[in-house]
Design a protein. Structure first.
Length: 317
């Protein structure tokens, strides 16, 4: 669940606790160039106030009207489709003839949503199942590899940080990168054995592990939903960590450094138990080339490249 969707959940919980009737709309299927991905959701209060988005603003006005006049009076979820025809797509402003299929829950359960909010606020990946015949929902432990699912009987959605970023080094650049990663729905882990950096990373939203990075990476178990980025500029820490990361299924491995230093690093890595194909996975210099100079600007370039790789987008250096 990204930061925007988390705010939707918080709003829904607050409104329900205050006694307002609330409906929740979830994107369950898209065709064409839909502006919001499957799993995105929108909370709609009876008076028309909303939190979140399911279409970037294309269909929200009509959806609010339908919720206020029809759906909130019902007891079980209802499926709503926008943009079936080219004319409807043009009417609602859905780009490129895209189509949205939405599940509307007119009676979301406050107790379940509160439990879900507590779970994901504690960085727990949680699976929510909604019975479409009764509207009742249940929660259970989720997994990073869980996929969104919806048929005529049940909708299953995974919430929480399904993606993870491991930062080697606890310096200023790591803190800025952590901030952008958290806002992009990544769980963030910072590894640094240096005593002088331990105090600066004392944050509740970032896990700090004081240890040798290569050993910690092996203990964590790096999977295909993990990005590993070395930012210490110290070969003794970065290189050993990169060696383990490049041999892992990590979807992104990057390292701070100039082009010359990156080439030297690759040559050093080839002297260890790392193949050329594995070394070629290294993104270095880390981040997109956008002329970044300051730590926050470099953090933006790093996050931009990570997101591009996450979605399989080829990005120029």
């Amino acid at each position: 669940m990204n930061s925007t969707d988390l705010s939707v959940l918080k709003s829904a919980v607050d409104w329900l606790k205050a006694g307002h009737p609330v409906a929740i709309a979830t994107v369950v299927q898209t065709w064409g160039s839909a502006p919001r991905p499957v799993g995105s959701w929108l909370a709609i209060r009876q008076d028309g106030q909303v939190a979140g988005s399911v279409s970037g603003g294309c269909v929200e006005d009509d959806l609010i009207r339908r919720v206020q006049t029809e759906i909130l009076t019902r007891n079980i979820p209802e499926m709503v489709v926008y943009g079936v025809s080219q004319q409807e797509a043009a009417r609602f402003g859905i780009p490129c003839g895209g189509t949205l299929r939405l599940l509307i829950e007119p009676k979301p359960e406050l107790a379940v949503l509160e439990k879900l909010l507590n779970a994901i606020s504690s960085q727990q990946i949680t699976l929510r199942s909604v019975d479409l015949l009764t509207g009742k929902s249940t929660l259970e432990d989720g997994d990073r590899n869980d996929l969104f699912f919806c048929n005529e009987k049940v909708m299953r959605t995974t919430y929480g940080p399904r993606w993870r970023m491991v930062l080697i080094g606890a310096g200023q650049l790591s803190l800025y990168t952590a901030d952008f990663a958290l806002a992009s729905d990544f769980e963030v882990i910072v590894i640094d054995p240096r005593e002088e950096y331990a105090e600066g990373i004392a944050r509740n939203d970032v896990a700090f592990i004081k240890g040798m990075p290569d050993d910690v990476l092996l203990e964590l178990g790096i999977d295909a939903h993990t990005a590993v980025i070395a930012l210490t500029h110290d070969p003794k820490l970065d290189d050993m960590a990169l060696m383990e990361a490049l041999k892992s299924p990590a979807f992104y491995v990057g390292a701070l450094g100039s082009k010359i230093n990156t080439q030297k690093r690759k040559e050093r890595l080839l002297e260890f138990d790392v193949t050329k194909a594995q070394v070629d996975k290294l993104h270095g210099p880390v981040g997109l080339h956008i002329g970044a100079l300051t730590p926050p600007e470099i953090a933006v370039s790093i996050m931009a490249e990570v997101i591009a790789v996450k979605y399989g987008i080829a990005s120029p250096k």
